[in-house]
Design a protein around this ligand. Structure first.
Ligand code: ACM
Length: 633
């Protein structure tokens, strides 16, 4: 009892103090991801023609970054800070003695009315500091053209910052739908704003082989194209007889080099993924003899077949290893990344079980089952990669049948694979689907483009990559993963990636102790104005109503409603009219459908204005959801 009273008094005091600070001084600094330490001060640095950049370092890469920085500032403001004779300085220093606090990617930033000083140990750290300076400017700094007549002031502040994890990645699947070289560069530009440093490039799958392999030119001639289909993924009509596969594309090795360099200039490591032994239909379409069935397939546009296509390479066929050796020889030369991702996920093994050559190999090698056969395959790849000076990383199925000695595991089917690998002292990148998969619905499916599953913005934000009891050092970090089965365009890609990847950037960069959902949302809303200025098609689904069915016996349901964003109001109707401010306001209680009502319309409001989409949900749909084994929406 006494404890509770004390808790109440302390909480009330903290809340009142916070209110007082907020009321006295509106926040001027809205950084994302939240830095380790931010101390706002009075006054501001005014950007005008008297400002110039001063770099106290000969670092070539940083000189390059400063060109990017001044061009970015000049585009919207018209001010050229790259000149050398300004009286007011933005000074960038690289430490000669390492500052242990900020490490390899951290920085100190001090903005005062007279000067900006940015200090880092490395060019990468300085680059993240430059990103922070850009974020301190008004939102229109993100505009693609000159914005005349605006004030370009940034608040005085002291920031100390460094990341929680060294691996902060986003994955883009360019197999299910091809994204052009320029689009990939755009993706990289967007990710570095939030201090991501790893671009995981899913280059091959059943729907297309996207990278030129000079010693195997057929792979892209044949494997890069399918027939075009539109609609709901998985329901597509297979290729018709004589239908020409013309949909797709690939990157030449020159394109790859250009993108790797583009990424390097932005301190991003490109991790290439060649997904084997499963998900290999594009390769098998090109070389049918590499599968167990040796059947001629065509590159899959997104149809399902029964029995399923044989999209797994045959681990008993030496030609498979010879072919992959050629592939990895070229991949290893193109990508400086110390890792190559070999996929390893969801390999269908049914045809291995029927393949006499696989049975013979299993008997010879003493392999008990097809999981061990898969492990044999992965271990052969580990040796191939080692011979090219590369380390193997794969999806968590590579644990099945025994993990290769030097493998790093990317855990996607949940956290368990990562936990198992870490317990065996293997490094882990955590990407559990229910928190970081960017292809999932991010709000009620009734208001979203077709896909599957659910991962709300708050799910991503609340994700904690280090399970209790595990050595944090073994968790290299994490990613957001965008599979593109249902994402055919760049604009749609942006919609899926943002803002969930902004939430994830904070999970991977910011101190765990700083996690605070309402505070994040308030900074994110400021960030939305920047995304608007940059014309990025981010999702606003976090503003939509969440319907929660309450089962009322057979064939009946009532409901409650909620919002992800704090402080919104919900208005609703049962008569299929738009819920305006004269409609019923939701008070948090369980709602029963009035006699005869078969649907409810609901909209969120803030300050008397609708902010979410109107969503209409049928009673029937709520009954269906209430009876589902797992409520996902
Ligand atoms: C995966 O989502 N199949 C890695």
């Amino acid at each position: 009892m006494r404890k509770n009273q004390l808790f109440f008094i302390v909480t009330a005091f903290i809340a009142l103090t916070a209110l007082h600070v907020n009321a006295a001084e509106p926040r001027r600094v809205h950084l994302i991801p939240e830095p380790v330490s931010v101390r706002e001060q009075s006054g501001e640095f005014i950007l005008d023609n008297s400002v110039s950049l001063e770099l106290k370092s000969k670092n070539k890469q940083l000189q390059q970054s400063l060109k990017w920085f001044s061009a970015k500032i000049q585009r919207a403001t018209g001010v050229d800070v790259s000149k050398s004779n300004g009286s007011k300085k933005i000074t960038i220093l690289l430490n000669t003695d390492t500052d242990a606090e900020i490490g390899k990617e951290g920085y100190h930033l001090k903005v005062s009315p007279q000067q900006i000083v940015l200090t880092a140990n490395t060019a990468a750290g300085a680059f993240y500091g430059l990103q922070t300076i850009i974020q301190l400017f008004p939102s229109d700094i993100e505009a693609k053209q000159l914005k005349a007549g605006l004030n370009w002031n940034i608040p005085s502040v002291e920031v100390t910052d460094y990341p929680r994890f060294g691996w902060r990645g986003l994955m883009l699947d360019v197999s299910r739908h091809f994204f052009t070289k320029e689009e990939v560069k755009g993706f990289i530009d967007e990710m570095v704003k939030y201090k991501y440093n790893t671009f995981h490039w899913h280059l091959t799958d059943d729907q297309g082989w996207r990278i030129e392999i000079k010693s195997l030119p057929e792979l892209t001639k044949k494997g890069a194209y399918s027939v075009k289909r539109t609609g709901r993924w998985g329901t597509f009509l297979p290729a018709l007889a004589n239908e020409e596969p013309t949909y797709g594309g690939f990157y030449t090795q020159e394109d790859i080099k250009e993108i790797v360099k583009y990424a390097q200039d932005r301190y991003v490591t490109v991790l290439p993924e060649i997904d084997v032994p499963g998900h290999s239909l594009a390769m098998i379409t090109t070389y049918p003899s590499l599968s167990s069935t040796r059947k001629q397939y065509s590159v899959n546009s997104g149809w399902r077949t029964d029995p399923q296509d044989d999209n797994s390479l045959d681990p008993s066929n030496e030609d498979v290893y010879k072919t992959l050796d050629k592939v990895f020889t070229e991949i290893a030369k193109l990508f400086p990344c110390q890792y190559i991702h070999i996929g390893g996920d969801e390999a269908y093994k049914g045809y291995w079980e029927k393949n006499p050559a696989c049975q013979k190999l299993m008997a010879k090698e003493g392999l008990k089952d097809v999981e061990q056969l898969q492990s044999y395959f992965i271990k052969r790849l580990e040796k191939i990669l080692e011979s090219k000076g590369k380390k193997l990383i794969g999806w968590d199925e590579i644990l099945q049948g025994g993990l290769a000695e030097s493998a790093t595991v990317m855990s996607w089917r949940g956290m368990n694979g990562g936990i198992e690998a870490a317990k065996m002292n293997h490094p882990v990148v955590m990407t559990p689907w229910d928190y970081v998969y960017l292809d999932l619905y991010q709000g009620d499916p009734l208001a979203e483009p077709d896909t599957y599953g659910l991962c709300r913005l708050s799910d991503s934000y609340n994700y904690e990559p280090v399970p209790a009891g595990l050595d944090e050092k073994l968790i290299l970090g994490g990613q957001g993963n965008l599979w593109t089965e249902s994402v055919p365009t760049y604009r749609h890609m942006e919609y899926m990636v943002w803002p969930r990847s902004i939430a994830l950037s904070e999970v991977y960069w910011s101190p765990k102790s700083k996690k605070n959902w309402p505070d994040f949302m308030s900074r994110l809303e400021n960030e939305f104005t920047r995304l608007d200025a940059a014309d990025i098609n981010y999702s606003k689904s976090c503003y939509n109503v969440i319907f929660k069915p309450v089962k009322e016996g057979r064939n009946d349901v009532s409901l409650t409603m909620a919002t992800e964003v704090p402080g919104l109001e919900i208005y609703y109707t049962f008569d299929n009219t738009f819920p305006d401010l004269h409609a019923a306001k939701y008070d948090g209680s369980v709602l029963n459908f009035p006699m005869g009502a078969s649907q409810i319309n609901a909209v969120t409001y803030r300050n008397g204005k609708p902010i979410g989409k109107q969503i209409n949900i049928k009673k029937e749909e709520l009954i269906k959801r209430s009876e589902a084994a797992r409520h996902v929406y």
